[in-house]
Design a protein around this ligand. Sequence first.
Ligand code: M6R
Length: 608
Amino acid sequence: MCGIVGYVGNKSSLPVLLEGLRMLEYRGYDSAGVSLAYERDMITVKSKGKLCELEKKLAERNIRESLCGIGHTRWATHGAPSDINSHPHETELLTLVHNGIIENHKSIEGFLLREGYSFVSETDTERAAKLIDYFYKQTREPISALLEAKKTLLGSFAFGVIFKDIPSKIYALRKDNPLIVGYDSTSSYLASDIPAILPYTKRCCRLSEGIVAELSSGSISFYDKPFSLADEKFEEVEWTCEQAQKGGFPHFMLKEISEEPSALRSTVERRLDSLPPSLFEGDDSILKCVERISIVACGTAMHAGLVGQNMIEKYARIPVSVEIASEFRYRDSIIQNGTLALFLSQSGETADTIAALRKAKELGYPTLAIVNVFGSTLAREADRVLYTNAGPEISVASTKAYSVQCAMLALLALNLALLRGEMSEDKVKKICRSLLCELPSAVESVIARGEEIRTLSQSITDAEHLFFIGRGIDYSLALEASLKLKEISYIHSEAYPSGELKHGTISLISDGTPVISIITDRALAEKSLFGVHEVISRGARVILFCSEDIAREASLPHCERFILPKCPSSVLPFVLATAVQLFAYYTSAEKGLDVDKPRNLAKSVTVE
Ligand code: M6R
């Protein structure tokens, strides 16, 4: 949700801001803007639409070089995407960019109207900017103005601010939304995510809540009160610049799918040098008394949770429930002793998942987070954290992050199975070997057959509606396949358990309706094929994604198909996931859509 960048140093700020915004455009892309500070004035340029629209506007003007500026790429919450609603919002004394939602913007507006302020945009952000302006007028002291405003503001925010009479400094403050700061010998950088800073420095600090960062050329100071310096921790980021760039691929999504074999290898390898899989470096006390697991997540991460549910129940015989975080956070939950609350998230910054984690902690659950982004809010707030090591994921559609979440859940399931004596060491070793040796190469072999999948996808590019069907774990996989396809191809799609169609939905099947059937679970294959015959006899055009052994042994109907490479059953869900991700990718690419930035979406959903 919204990308923030800031630069102050000895370089011209505009190119740094634009490059940073390009790296953050995945966070929101319905409008963009920059403010550039000068000794005696400030220039703000903003535009509705993607970053290229802002660049066109900037190119039309003769912009003087400025050494300090802030920029923003927006995902609209209050007020439609428009030039006027875009950030930065300038006031008499400052300019400000914001990520988040100010919940009490109405009452702030009432207060400011009485104080003589007026408003030009519909945004909550303009109200926040003018509130800070109001406090700054009282003291002309930036730290106290920001901290005073913080006392009044309800909701979530990450701010980047330049005060017009201090044109060589940027101030930053956050609550419930991330902000990263970093510096080198001549410059300081502000961003809402690491990729925007990576080309310049790898020493980054995730700003703590309520601390004001003051960025100057080549140094950053932190304050917890006016005139009171605070200590903040800098870390060395492991990610490389190349990981955050397309590297010759037409889209980040295709690049990220192609990284799945190495991401899986890196997630699994470092935890399989001993048995049981070493997840917690010796201290696995959090797993000792687990009698139930409640998995909580959103979107694709929640679908990974469903795959995890299948594996944990099958291997470790522990009951698992999977909940959507936005439901969990408001549900009147019944706490049962022995429940581990497990949170899944690529970004570690999803607002609903963070709120659910906080609620679980309040209720007294032990909490574990499986997260991709190092040092993110979920990682810091959960009792324990497992990192998935997939590297940065930029495309809005999550792919490699899902695969590695599933892999981590498989390791967790095996760990629990051994701890509880539900599986022999030999059996666990055998599955671990498959995950380590056969999984990455099986996924590689699916990626190598991209052209075959592209051809299959051509038969659905004109479809308006379609169905995915599957049973057991194949139904969980179908849910994710369906989400992936609809979010980037705009084809309406629904996933159904094969046996459930006949209870209503089959009435939607008519001549030519595409139905994509997923069959990898051998125990359920015959039953799944019933479902396929049922829809074929009502006119459906079926595309089958099926494992090699089932294709060999069962009598498959006459239909288009993709047969997965021969591999152990423990590896099949991952291989299938890659195949359907590619299917969604090629459908969207064939339709000429913006694969990495689908409409109305943003990568990291940091607002409720
Ligand atoms: O960063 P998170 O994993 O917490 O994000 C959760 C969802 O917002 C995310 O998976 C979303 O569903 C993706 N657009 C799916 O491709």
